[in-house]
Design a protein around this ligand. Structure first.
Ligand code: 13P
Length: 254
């Protein structure tokens, strides 16, 4: 895993009211106290960001939003700006999750605009990519990933690319219980790192952290984390229960 610091991020998706979010974060805090060799991140829904931010002050947990709009303010009914996320206590933002691409019309071009805006506001983008089942079966995985990486990173400077966290989430493994095998995930991560290297050179590619997402659980995280190009996980379902997410965060111990 080179010497890249691991990131374990929990994407709570459209789950947890503010009250439920508080119960979850309080329990999680207690379970991962003292874990200081992993960047632990939680991404509650917008409505729970500020209450969770308040509870994780001074802890080893950082806050992410699941989405945003690239303008800092304006007449954009229903949208949330990077300034608002910063004020709510976020340090990360998930961009281009496959559910946003699939249900809310996000494209490589809108993802690129959001990555640029996040960087401009000093939010760390968690830039999501991944192929669908049809694309994998048609042997298009690598061409899809190549296009997502090159279009998503278009016109982004090398010193900014270093700060980006990429999340590889094969769509067929999300919420299905079907994890990519350790080897399949490693093969895709290696390819993604090569795409970054072709665009920005080896030194930059070697510092970019690439997370795996798709049915990650405490019983499969260890096998993924020993792969040389896997630097962490973006966790959905298993981040909704404190004990299962803590088991993933503590992958070195368990
Ligand atoms: P699951 O862990 O539920 O498969 O979700 C993965 C995901 O989409 C995280 O962003």
């Amino acid at each position: 895993m080179a010497d890249r610091r691991p990131v374990i991020a929990g994407n709570w998706k459209m789950y947890k009211t503010s009250e439920e979010a508080l119960a979850l974060i309080d329990e999680l805090k207690g379970l991962i106290t003292g874990v200081d060799d992993v960047d632990t991140v939680v991404a509650p829904p917008f409505t729970a960001l500020t209450v969770v931010a308040d509870r994780i002050k001074g802890s080893n947990i950082q806050l992410a939003a699941q989405n945003f709009y690239w303008e800092s303010e304006g007449a954009y009914t229903g949208e949330i700006s990077p300034t608002m996320l910063l004020s709510a206590g976020c340090t990360y933002v998930i961009i281009g999750h496959s559910e946003r691409r699939q249900y809310f019309g996000e494209t490589n071009a809108t993802v690129n605009r959001k990555i640029k805006a996040a960087l401009a506001y000093k939010l760390v983008p968690i830039f999501c990519i991944g192929e669908s089942l049809e694309e994998r079966e048609a042997e298009k995985t690598f061409s899809v990933l190549d296009k997502q990486v090159s279009e998503g990173l278009e016109n982004i400077a090398a010193d900014d690319v270093e700060k980006i966290v990429i999340a590889y989430e094969p769509v067929w493994a999300i919420g299905t219980g079907k994890t990519a095998s350790d080897e399949q995930a490693q093969e895709a991560h290696h390819f993604i790192r090569k795409c970054v290297s072709d665009l920005y050179g080896k030194d930059i590619a070697n510092v970019v952290r690439i997370l795996y997402g798709g049915s990650v659980k405490s019983n499969n995280i260890a096998g993924l984390m020993v792969q040389p190009d896997i630097d962490g996980a973006l966790v959905g379902g298993a981040s909704l229960t404190a004990s299962s997410f803590a088991g993933i965060v503590k992958f070195k111990i368990s």
